[in-house]
Design a protein around this ligand. Structure first.
Ligand code: UDP
Ligand code: MG
Length: 317
């Protein structure tokens, strides 16, 4: 029995690119079926993440065109990670393995072949790893690489240059479903799930059409979310900072006593002000970092649903 593979594709305001890339996904599915690698029950599952343009209409008409296209629509924009999760959890009910991929053609569709091969030879998770990002803008490449390094430095276990292009088996998806956190960072969670995994290299392409939905600000927050949802290292760093500051001020106190004793004490306005500013700065940053974690705890204890499915295409039971 060939495995049923679901390709899960989150889409947010993608009316320009969807009509161009959808046939490529279908072609890939057909090729794999003809090669005898996957079942004909495999599907392309679009997740409309509360788009304001015609994305949902396009998904609907695709589903009427070919039964391999199916879709769900979320009640509003829940963000890329939640949209992806909703698709993966929907797929888990029907498939043997699901592949998550962006809808803009940037993730090389041909890497799906290698992913399926790895899956067939026993990997539960296959990570797509970008071997070259020369087609990204220098700014995007630079900032993305900076974030990977930053995250690694802060103790977040991630696979370098892996975004969310990934195959997960049904077992891995069911294990992922056990992670109930609302602060989602799927690429880190997949590693936490464990199981046998492998990597497949591909080269990152240009967006076929439309604009990026990840401006710098969103990327920055995403990286911060990644760090704070997977690691407590920043809080430990605060403690280390506090200890160093305490040690320095202790040395300062001894120094000031010595200067008083040898009679060379002067009105230390500048040094007092700079110490106050320094400590004030550190305290504010520290409170900010702790606040970030408390904010996360607040969101977690409320336990709100991570996504709400509004409607599905008619061919999805
Ligand atoms: N996306 C989404 N919800 C959002 C933002 C993005 O579903 O709130 C989807 C988007 O349609 C695309 C994928 O996530 O399929 C990656 O987004 P994008 O290509 O804009 O990011 P970039 O490749 O520039 O990092
Ligand atoms: Mg993209």
């Amino acid at each position: 029995m060939q495995p049923i593979i679901y390709i899960v594709i989150p889409c947010y305001n993608e009316q320009e690119v969807l009509p161009l890339t959808a046939p490529l996904f279908l072609q890939k599915l057909n090729d794999l079926y003809i090669d005898g690698k996957i079942s004909n029950d495999s599907r392309i599952l679009f997740v409309d993440d509360g788009s304001r343009d015609n994305t949902w209409d396009i998904i609907n008409s695709l589903s009427q065109l070919d039964e391999h296209y199916i879709g769900i629509s979320l009640s509003r924009n829940h963000g890329h990670q939640n949209a992806l999760l909703s698709g993966l959890m929907t797929a888990a009910k029907h498939c043997d393995a699901a592949i998550s991929i962006d809808c803009d053609g940037q993730d090389d569709i041909d890497a799906i072949d290698k992913m399926v091969d790895e899956y067939l030879s026993g990997s539960e998770i296959v990570y797509g790893v970008r071997s070259d990002r020369t087609r990204d803008t220098a700014f995007k490449r630079g900032t993305a690489q900076f974030f990977y390094k930053l995250m690694k430095a802060f103790g977040t276990d991630i696979i370098y240059n892996h975004a969310d292009y990934r195959l997960m088996s049904k077992r891995a998806l069911n294990a992922l479903a056990e992670y109930k956190e609302v602060n989602l960072f799927l690429r880190g969670l997949a590693l936490m799930v464990g199981f046998k995994y492998s990597c497949v290299e591909y080269s990152r392409k240009e967006r076929i059409a439309g604009k990026s939905k990840y401006p710098f600000k969103k990327m920055l927050y995403f990286a911060l979310d990644g760090i704070t949802s997977l690691s407590v290292k920043p809080i430990r760093l605060i403690t280390a900072f506090g200890l160093i500051a305490a040690l320095l001020s202790f040395i300062g106190i001894i120094w000031s006593i010595i200067t008083v004793c040898i009679g060379s004490a002067i009105a230390g306005w500048a040094s007092t002000v700079s110490i106050i500013c320094f400590l004030g700065g550190i305290q504010l940053i520290s409170i900010g970092i702790i606040g970030e974690y408390i904010g996360k705890i607040y969101l977690e204890v409320k336990h709100r649903p991570r996504y709400i499915i509004d409607k599905t295409t008619e061919n999805l039971e």
